[in-house]
Structure formats: C-alpha cells, structure tokens
Write a protein that binds this ligand. Sequence first.
Ligand code: ADP
Ligand code: MG
Length: 354
Amino acid sequence: TDKTNPRPIRRLNETVVNRIAAGEIINRPANALKELIENSLDAGASNIQITVKDGGLKLLQILDNGHGIRKEDMTIVCERFTTSKLKNFEDLSNINTYGFRGEALASISHVAHVTITTKTADSNCAYRACYSDGKLVPAKPGTNAEPKACAGNTGTQITAEDLFYNVPTRRKALKSPSDEYNRILDVVNRYAIHNSGVSFTCKKQGSNQAEVNTLSMSSVLDNIRQIYGSIASELLGLSKSFKKLEFKLNGYISNANYNLKKMIFLLFINHRAVENSSLKKAIESIYTTYLPKNTHPFAYLSLEINPQNVDVNVHPTKREVRFLNEDEVIAAVGDAIQESLAGANSSRTFLTQT
Ligand code: ADP
Ligand code: MG
C-alpha cells in the first residue's frame, strides 16, 4: 500500500453490510436455534419440535403450537428491527433489558434460506412464505413471492436451510456436524429443563428416535432426570428472594456425594439461557471444599433479576449478560449454595453482607 497517499474510502454495499452484521448475531446453528426457541416460547408455545440435518448446517427446523404470525405481518417479519415485542418509544428501555431487537429472523434470513409456515387461531388456513436477505422471495423461480395459503395447525414452523451458504469462511470454520449437533442438543436440553410447562423434542431428520423428549406435564426435576438421569436423585433445591439486590434465585445443585468430570452449569437470567464465567468460578470454588480433587458439580440456576438491572446487549449473540451489583449478586448466590451444602436451616432470613 501507498504510505503517503490514502486510498479513497468507499461504502460497502448493503448486502455485504447485512451479511456481516448477521454473522455476528448468528455464528453457528446452535445459536440460530436458541433464537428460534425463544421466539416459540415468547409466542406461548407448549409444544416445540426440532428437526436437524447435518448438525443444523443443512437443515434446522422448529415447529411450535404458539400464537402464530398474522398474514399481514409476513411481509416484514424477516426485516431487520421488526418486532411485535416493543410497542412504543417508552418500551425502548426493554431493548436493553430483554434484548428484543427484531434482529434474529432477519439475521438468519441473511445467511440461510428461510421458510415460514404459520397460522393464527382466527385464520381459517395457514400461510407459507420463503425469505432471503430479509425479504420475501418466490418459492420457485418465476412464481410470485406472496405468502401462499396452505393447510396447517395454529402455530409456526420455521425452516432454515443451508446455513452460511453465502459465507464460505464461516461455513468452512464449522467443520463437524456432530459437534454442531451436540451444541444444538445442549441448547435444547437447557430450555427443555427450564420450561417445565413445555414439551420439547429434538431429533435428526429421518430418524424416529428423539435425543430429547420431555413432557409438558413434567416438573423441572422430572426434566433433569429425563435428560441427565441419576443426577436428579442427588440434588438440593434452592429457592430464595433477595429484596435489596432485587432478584430471586431458584434452582437445583448437586450434593457433596455427587461429582462430575466436568461441571454442568445451566444458567438462566430472566428465563434466557446465558453464560456468566464469574458465577461459574464462584460456584466451582465453593465445591472445592466438598468434592474430591478435579471433580465438579452440577448446577441449574434460574435468576430473576429486575429487568432494569440487566444489560443483555454487551454481546451481539446475547450470550453473556451484565447486571447491576454483579459481585454482590454472585456473592449472595454463593452464600445460598454454601448454606444449602452445609445443611443450614433454609428458613433462616438472609442478611446481605457488605
Ligand atoms: P424479536 O424476537 O426480537 O421480536 P425476531 O427477529 O426474533 O425478533 O422475531 C421477529 C418477530 O417475528 C417477533 O417479534 C414475532 O412477532 C415474530 N415471530 C418470530 N417467531 C415466531 C414464532 N415462533 N411464533 C410467533 N411469532 C413469531
Ligand atoms: Mg426473537
């Protein structure tokens, strides 16, 4: 390059810009699926069926019995920043609190071929439409792109095919379909355990054997047993409110007689699966005094934090979240775990340490 004369600055074309932005939000099949599952749950579904081919790279399909999408909204549903979850300007604070940004479907449609089949309760038929780069596209060349009437039950089926077909570098980085499938199962397991009123299935296309299969009538503990087996008999329940710090804790942690080669940590903040490495470390360190060296606990924790105190937008994929008084909240959770492990009287009122 020429060190003395700058080259002209040029604007990237819109398709490229959208694809780059989409790739930051959707970086692998499992996190596309997480967004789709959250949408189904937001739509009030009690049954969610997932079908996968080649680790989600060839096909990722989710069928729910939620409230569906109105036909008139099908035109814009895959455009960026279109959402039914924020009503007005005042609701903008929710963009920070819940991460509803209307970006998920748009992003998926920029890096995959998307088909949506959906029916609302008051419509007498379902409608199907295909999307690419945020817009309606014809299902077959030469036909029009308008949603087509078809048969279907109330709810929504979303299919994403050939993920990253137009982002060769990303596609090449995801070499192992079986690794991607394990990540998908991890996401489904988490949501299946947490949502005790919702039945989940997850299977490979063409297989009649589901890897995940939970029932809508089962409890969180039933779901843990269904998915992780014998761990379920070695768990201590946690349930506690922290007024000052404005959060509630619910969960199950393994007792001192049980251990794993690797920690299983299922964390939910305001019903979204997230990661928090500081909290994970804090829990691991509590267990070091109870467990044999190089062994680890199981923990399923659900924190309900005042939404005003949570910032999910620190990471484009919303995987890591930040929240107010993080150190104090982590310490409080740690104390609750410590107390439960030590067999302390759980009715004792909790005093925040300062
Ligand atoms: P967000 O969830 O942030 O609103 P998305 O891009 O994930 O943005 O979804 C856009 C909109 O599409 C949602 O606000 C919702 O109205 C609709 N939608 C997406 N998935 C479903 C579904 N499974 N059932 C009903 N509506 C859905
Ligand atoms: Mg969404």
